[in-house]
Design a protein around this ligand. Structure first.
Ligand SMILES: Cc1cc2nc3c(=O)[nH]c(=O)nc-3n(C[C@H](O)[C@H](O)[C@H](O)COP(=O)(O)O)c2cc1C
Length: 207
């Protein structure tokens, strides 16, 4: 059974009354991207549990086109982080999305994984037209399940380009058509982030 660890900061923004929702509604509204972690290494059973939740996601034609890479080796996490920063620096130009963060990219203390003990890379096993969508749905399941277990998570799209480079692909066992689609860090939060805002949904037409 998954026990929800409540993040009271998010409760005010939740439109559902608790009695008409299930735990999943709590998880959807309470989950936040966590960017500070305790130095606590997740156990095998916990990671298996998260991956098992991930693969409950729907997929086109039920093809389940996902596979997973788990990285807990600190030295490897550091190398991926440094390479992600170097790649981002190489794409820097005024107006680029990372331009405002250029000082951070030069900072050797900046870890793109925020000190999380575990990186789970959700990969597509094929280049099937809807494989990436399926993998993203699995990622959301994984992050909600992490929240349900009292863990923090954060997507790290920043690391994707590095993860798909030949050197890391080899090291991570991605030696076929697999593509890293959705890297997620998971760990024990050292603090809960403030709630993020949402713009109102735009319903273009309802007829
Ligand atoms: C595809 C994707 C890639 C993301 N990549 C990063 C990232 O590289 N680093 C980071 O700190 N947050 C990343 N995020 C997290 C977003 O910044 C975050 O989801 C957004 O600010 C909303 O905050 P919330 O998740 O707390 O609701 C990413 C989110 C998504 C969906």
């Amino acid at each position: 059974m998954i026990t929800l660890k409540s993040n009271p900061q998010a409760a005010a923004t939740r439109p559902f009354h608790k009695s008409c929702g299930a735990d999943v509604i709590d998880a959807i509204y309470e989950r936040r991207s966590v960017r500070s972690y305790d130095d606590y290494k997740l156990g095998v059973r916990t990671i298996e549990h998260l991956i098992d939740a991930a693969i409950q996601a729907p997929s086109a034609r039920n093809e389940q086109p996902w596979c997973f890479v788990v990285v807990q080796d600190k030295a490897l996490l550091h190398r991926i982080s440094e390479r992600a920063k170097a790649l981002a620096r190489s794409h820097l130009e005024p107006g680029a999305p990372m331009w405002e963060h250029r000082a951070m990219l030069e900072d050797p203390r900046y870890d793109v994984f925020y000190g999380a003990s575990t990186l789970i890379v959700l990969c597509a096993r094929s280049r099937e037209s809807q494989a990436a969508e399926d993998v993203c749905l699995a990622a959301q399941n994984l992050m909600l399940a992490a929240h349900g277990l009292g863990l923090g998570s954060c997507p790290i799209g920043f690391a994707r380009e590095a993860l798909n480079e030949p050197e890391f692909r080899r090291e991570l066992g991605l030696d076929g058509p697999e593509t890293a689609v959705f890297p997620v860090i998971v760990g024990m939060p050292s603090s809960f982030p403030a709630p993020t805002s949402r713009r109102p949904a735009i319903i273009v037409r309802w007829r």
